[in-house]
Ligand binder design. Structure first.
Ligand code: NAI
Length: 258
């Protein structure tokens, strides 16, 4: 039986991933603010450290897969704390337990939004591991209103995809035989998007930003199944990729520009 850690397991994509893994007979240690095996706040250092410690206890120090789904889209600094630092700290904290597995794998949830305009100040500080600096840059933007504050979200995801690309080929990850990849969804119908998609203005805004010619808005399962494959024993050679599973949004927006 493989043991997986799924963050954000209480809702949306994380909950669908937990269900898909259970259906395969895997053991899942869910991490979330509430309704989880490990209840912790991944926006803080203390919360991340406590989550790692509790997971190590529950797993006996051996973890076969880590899937980081927990994330938020608030136009505020906490979005950078959860989406970038919460994810990278969990992955780094659980790397020793992954190394103890015979077939370790890791995957994170980035976003189509990683291709949108970003704040270079947030992205650069995040990748430098400077959390106070990244949060200060996000706070300075948020003070100028929600439109600039929103940059925290695409910036956190751009930094995350780039971090995955860099780390995946390092001695720590590739050198330990751990495939590390990201998935970038389009618009997924989950509690995160419910409010926006439920009103005509929000819906029009989302659909203009994320055009999905293939099958339109996607269910959480479309991402969960991909995360399950990326962290399965079958994935032996994929590293550093951000897989756009987005109804064709990336192909529509970027076209030949890759
Ligand atoms: P969701 O809101 O349904 O689930 C997110 C989960 O993360 C919740 O259970 C929440 O409690 C947990 N979480 C939030 N902050 C946390 C914290 N500080 N500590 C611990 N857990 C925390 O959202 P959804 O849609 O399932 O999103 C999952 C991931 O997918 C996120 O990273 C999101 O950015 C990403 N994503 C979602 C898209 C969408 O259209 N729904 C599109 C692209 C990416």
């Amino acid at each position: 039986t493989r043991t997986y850690v799924v963050t954000g397991s209480a809702s949306g994509i994380g909950a669908a991933t937990k269900r898909a893994l259970h259906a395969q007979g895997a053991r899942v240690i869910g991490v979330d603010l509430r309704d989880a095996d490990v209840e912790a706040d991944l926006s803080t250092t203390e919360g991340r450290d406590a989550a790692v410690a509790r997971v190590l206890e529950l797993s006996g120090g051996v973890v076969d897969g880590v899937i980081a789904c927990a994330g938020i889209a608030a136009p505020a600094p906490i979005t950078v704390a959860v989406n970038f630092f919460g994810v990278t700290a969990m992955l780094e904290g659980l790397l020793p337990a992954l190394r103890a597995s015979s077939a370790p794998r890791a995957a994170v949830v980035s976003s189509m939004a990683s291709l949108q305009p970003v704040s270079p100040a947030i992205v650069d500080a995040a990748l430098a591991g400077d959390e106070p600096g990244a949060l200060a840059a996000a706070a300075a933007l948020a003070e100028q209103g929600p439109e600039l504050g929103y940059l925290a979200y695409p910036s956190s995801k751009r930094a995350l995809s780039r971090w995955v690309r860099r780390e995946s080929i390092s001695e720590a990850w590739a050198g330990s035989g751990v495939p590390l990849n990201a998935v970038a969804p389009g618009t997924v119908t989950t509690p995160m998007t419910q409010g926006l998609l439920g009103n005509p203005e929000g819906l029009a805004m989302v659909d203009a930003a994320v055009p999905m010619p293939l099958n339109y808005h996607q269910p959480a399962e479309s991402i969960a199944n991909l995360l399950v494959w990326l962290t399965s024993v079958e994935n032996t050679h994929m590293a550093g990729q951000t897989i756009y599973c987005d109804g064709g949004a990336d192909a529509t927006l970027r076209g030949d520009d890759i």
